[in-house]
Design a protein around this ligand. Structure first.
Ligand code: ATP
Length: 268
C-alpha cells in the first residue's frame, strides 16, 4: 500500500495528521559536497515501529539525526525538505522542546558511568526543571525505570554507578533516561548491535510494549530484527528509499530486486 509523493513511495499509515506521526517530505541531506540523502519521503504512523534498514552508509542514521535535528551539530550538513511532527514542521519548533518530544538512543549505550543509576535518569528532568521536589523526581525516575523494565533489577542499588551495570542493563537505563521525558517519538539507532541474543530479546519485547505509547523509528542492520518487531519498513540504498510498506509485505513479496536481495541476506 502506498502513494507516490515526489520520487519515492510513501507508506500510508492509519492517519496522516494524527498525533505524533512523522511525515518526511522530499528530504535531502548533504555533508559538504557529499549528497547522502535524496528525495526521501516517508510517512511514519503513530504507535508503530518503523524500521529503517539498508546497507552500511545508506543514510539510515542520517534520517534519525534529522528527526531530532541532531544533524545541526554538523557544520557542513545541509538539509532540504521538511519533517512534520504532529502536523507541524520540526524546523519551526524550539529545538530543545523538539528533543524532549523526540528522544534518541544509540548503538553504544551511553549512560554517564560515574553517575548513579538514579541520577542518570534524574539529571535531564532536573536540568530541564520538569519536576517539583524530590518526591515527584523519585516517582518520575521510578516510572521511567519501570517502563524500561529495569526497576526490579536496580531498585536496591539506585545509588550505584551506572557503569557497573551490564551492557544490556545500560541500554535499558538509556531507554529509561529517554522515557523520563515522556517522549512521543523514540529514535533507536541500532540499539541492540552490541548486545547478546538474550538482551536483544529483552529490548525487542520492550519496544513492542513502548509502541503502545509512542512512535518508534528503529535503525537496524539486521533484517530479521526488522521482520520480528517492526510494523513498517523502509529499505534504503545509497541515500534513497527503494521500497517501503508493511513489514510482512516487504519481506514476503518485495517489489524491488534490491530489496529482495537485502532481505534474503544477499546484499550487505
Ligand atoms: N558528519 C558527517 N560528515 C560527512 N559525512 C558523513 C557524516 N555522517 C555521515 N556521513 C556520510 O553519510 C553517509 C550516510 O551515513 P549514515 O551514517 O547515515 O549511514 P547508515 O546507513 O546509518 O550507515 P551504518 O549502517 O554504517 O551506520 C555515509 O556515506 C557517511 O559516510
Amino acid at each position: 500500500m502506498g502513494k507516490v509523493v515526489g520520487e519515492t513511495e510513501v507508506m500510508v499509515g492509519s492517519m496522516t495528521s494524527s498525533k505524533s506521526g512523522v511525515v518526511i517530505k522530499n528530504l535531502e541531506v548533504a555533508f559538504g559536497s557529499l549528497e547522502v540523502l535524496r528525495g526521501v519521503n516517508l510517512e511514519i504512523s503513530p504507535n508503530t515501529i518503523t524500521a529503517l534498514m539498508g546497507p552500511s552508509g545508506s543514510g539510515k542514521s542520517t534520517i534519525l539525526r534529522v528527526l531530532n535535528r541532531l544533524i545541526e551539530i554538523y557544520p557542513d550538513a545541509r538539509v532540504k525538505g521538511d519533517v512534520l511532527l504532529d502536523g507541524r514542521s520540526i524546523f519551526e519548533m524550539d529545538v530543545v522542546e523538539l528533543r524532549k518530544r523526540v528522544q534518541m538512543i544509540f548503538q553504544i549505550p551511553n549512560p554517564i558511568p560515574n553517575l548513579s543509576i538514579f541520577e542518570n535518569v534524574a539529571l535531564g528532568l532536573k536540568l530541564n526543571r520538569l519536576v517539583n521536589g524530590r518526591r515527584e523526581l523519585f516517582q518520575r525516575v521510578k516510572q521511567a525505570l519501570e517502563k524500561a523494565q529495569l526497576w526490579d533489577e536496580v531498585k536496591d542499588r539506585l545509588n550505584a554507578p551506572a557503569g557497573k551495570l551490564s551492557g544490556g542493563q545500560q541500554q535499558r537505563l538509556c531507554i529509561a533516561r529517554a522515557l523520563a521525558f515522556n517522549p512521543e517519538v523514540l529514535l533507536a539507532d541500532e540499539p541492540t548491535a552490541n548486545l547478546d541474543p538474550e538482551n536483544t530479546a529483552k529490548i525487542e519485547a520492550l519496544f513492542l510494549e513502548l509502541k503502545k505509547e509512542m512512535t518508534i523509528v528503529l535503525v537496524t542492520h539486521y533484517p530479521p530484527q526488522a521482520a520480528r518487531i517492526s510494523d513498517y519498513v523502509a529499505f534504503l540504498y545509497k541515500g534513497q528509499i527503494v521500497e517501503t510498506g508493511p513489514t510482512k509485505e516487504v519481506f514476503t513479496n518485495p517489489k524491488h530486486e534490491l530489496t529482495e536481495k537485502y532481505v534474503t541476506g544477499r546484499l550487505y
